[in-house]
Design a protein around this ligand. Structure first.
Ligand code: GLN
Length: 307
């Protein structure tokens, strides 16, 4: 098939871009090899194409956010979740202390304030290990194989996560949730530490592309209305303060994470994932953005183009 050759060519042409820097506020992420580069595509019927460092594992980080939001939606229903987390783009950085004025309600589930809240909506049991296991199991279902939590990354983030502790305390003070803020952060940090490869991420994205049914196992993971909600929020908020730039240039719902992954979804057709650890000033993978621009252009992925 010519597709893997094409993907290799995309990586080759983007390799020259060494702009940006590896995230260093989580000590374990600072140790990442900045030159790793990988891409994978999964079609809605489960065919996988990939190139580059496809075996390399990394922590999922913020790419976990839309899926935990989806799990909360399926568990509690739309009204109950919207009462706690709005769906308005913040235009701000992922770790902004961004809460609605009177209610303390986070602006959306893609920034940390909203993601911490979505995490707290996963279960009544606030134990970080129980919620971590719930999330690990969710991502295993989405990837179609058993995934694990990288305990080194989780322990490392816990030592420096003062800002998330601050956000969680504010959320608790506004009574957005009633759990112990430290438990919520510890569980959220476990959520961010699920270990994946680029192929896992493409499968996880492919499940959204396929309307919530995992393309290789055939298991339904999310209801269709939940998938629509998750993709809509990804389209408007998934790339933080670069969301508008991304939607105009790449034109598909997406989510990035500070370890260097980006996923994108073409509904009904394709789950895409790219991994490269150097980040631009928005905290999105620099090469990942360039690679997605190229893929979108070459394969006519932009959703606003007439067919
Ligand atoms: N665990 C990271 C944090 O909360 C995730 C951030 C990200 O990937 N953008 O800071």
């Amino acid at each position: 098939s010519p597709i893997p050759d094409y993907l290799t060519e995309v990586l080759d042409t983007c390799t020259a871009d060494v702009s940006g820097t590896v995230a260093d506020y989580i000590p374990e992420l600072a140790a990442a090899d900045p030159d790793r580069f990988a891409v994978a595509l999964v079609t809605a019927d489960g065919t996988v194409y990939s190139a580059g460092d496809t075996e390399h594992a990394f922590s999922i980080q913020s790419i976990s956010k839309p899926f935990v939001y989806g799990m909360a939606l399926d568990r509690l229903g739309f009204d109950a979740v919207l009462e706690k987390i709005d769906v308005e783009p913040s235009g701000e950085a992922f770790n902004e202390i961004s809460l609605e004025h009177d209610s303390g309600r986070p602006l959306n589930p893609m920034i940390n304030a909203g993601a911490l809240t979505a995490h707290a909506l996963l279960s009544d049991d606030a134990s970080p290990h129980a919620r971590g296991e719930q999330v690990r199991s969710l991502f295993s279902d989405l990837a179609g194989r058993d995934l694990s939590i990288d305990e080194r990354v989780a322990a490392s983030e816990l030592t420096t996560t003062y800002r998330n502790i601050a956000i969680a305390n504010l959320l608790r003070s506004y009574e957005v949730f009633f759990d112990d803020p430290e438990d919520v952060v510890a569980g959220y940090v476990r959520q961010c530490s699920v270990s994946v490869t680029v192929t896992d991420l493409a499968m996880i994205a492919g499940t959204l592309a396929n309307g919530g049914v995992q393309p290789s196992t055939g298991a339904r993971v999310f209801s269709r209305p939940t998938v629509r909600q998750v993709l809509s929020v990804m389209a408007t908020c998934g790339m933080y303060d670069a969301a508008g730039d991304w939607l105009t240039t790449v034109g598909i719902p997406a989510k990035s994470g500070v370890s260097g992954g980006i996923i994108g979804i073409l509904p009904g057709q394709l789950g895409i994932a790219v991994f490269s650890p150097r980040l631009d000033r928005h905290g999105n993978s620099a090469r990942g953005v360039v690679a997605f621009e190229r893929l979108s252009h070459d394969m006519n992925l932009h959703l606003m183009d007439a067919p």
